[in-house]
Write a protein that binds this ligand. Structure first.
Ligand code: NAD
Length: 235
């Protein structure tokens, strides 16, 4: 458990060229959530779902981490026990910024992974399409699926989020509209809180935050890092 929790969403990867979720021209303007990202879509639209995540996986291959990912990776290296980094993102930009698997938690799954629908074994397939990796689970022969949490499915790693929320003293929210996770509630659980988004969101009441930055993450991150360091050094 850490004193500082950094929780990010699609906005932190926007400047690396990965579409966000709900903004104009975002990913979901072009796809129906029910078709490719909702519990049951593997039964009703298996080929379409597979194709959608194959495209997302291939799309992130050439994407590079931006300054915000890099600063967070450096902070985690400097204060390994005091900072926890959790993300709603399924991309691998924190890993590309140098973070180890053990240093970052992907609450909603990870694009580079497939999971067996029966035995639950997880396979890192990098940027390959599902079928070019294997048409069946190499361990038990059952069907594979993207290791992504679809809407309506359980998110096992939320348990870690709950534990971190119960112990942290400062929460830092970067690049999330708050539609999936209730970050206004999270801010009320902690003594200090920072919010960084491009603009206000209908799903967030920013009056509950100690500090609010409406700016690009790459522009806000230096001041946010300074706040975190001051907080940890003066605790
Ligand atoms: P969202 O699209 O609902 O909200 C994005 C937020 O980021 C907005 O509040 C916006 O103001 C802010 N933002 C946009 N550009 C920014 C920038 N340059 N700097 C700082 N903030 C910026 O995203 P969400 O709340 O994360 O919810 C989306 C869900 O979709 C998540 O569960 C996530 O798993 C998934 N998703 C992930 C990725 C990814 O892995 N990169 C991309 C799209 C969607």
């Amino acid at each position: 458990m850490s004193k500082v929790l950094i929780l990010s969403g699609a906005g932190i990867s926007a400047e690396s060229g990965i579409s966000t979720f709900r903004e104009a021209d975002g990913l979901w303007e072009k796809h129906r959530i029910e078709d490719v990202c909702t519990a049951g879509c593997l039964d009703t639209n298996e080929e379409g779902t597979k194709k959608f995540y194959d495209a997302r996986r291939s799309d992130v291959e050439d994407k590079k981490p931006n300054y915000a990912h890099q600063v967070i990776a450096e902070l985690k290296q400097k204060y390994p026990d005091d900072i926890s980094v959790l993300t709603q993102n399924v991309d691998d930009l924190f890993e590309k910024a140098g973070m180890k698997d053990s240093e970052i938690v992907h609450l909603h799954g990870f694009l580079r992974e497939l999971r067996c629908r029966e035995c639950e074994e997880i396979f890192d397939v990098a940027y390959q399409s599902q079928d070019s990796f294997a048409t069946q689970c190499p361990s038990c022969g059952a069907k594979l699926r993207p290791n992504i949490v679809f809407f309506g499915e359980a998110a096992p790693k939320y348990q870690m989020l709950t534990q971190e929320l119960n112990s942290c003293e400062l929460i830092v929210i970067i690049g999330t509209s708050g539609n999936v996770l209730d970050v206004t509630y999270f801010a009320q659980l902690t003594e200090h809180s920072i919010l960084n988004n491009l603009e206000p969101s209908n799903a967030i009441d920013d009056s509950y935050f100690t500090k609010v930055y409406y700016a690009k993450a790459t522009q806000a991150i230096a001041e946010i890092a300074e706040y975190i360091e001051d907080f940890l050094e003066n605790e």
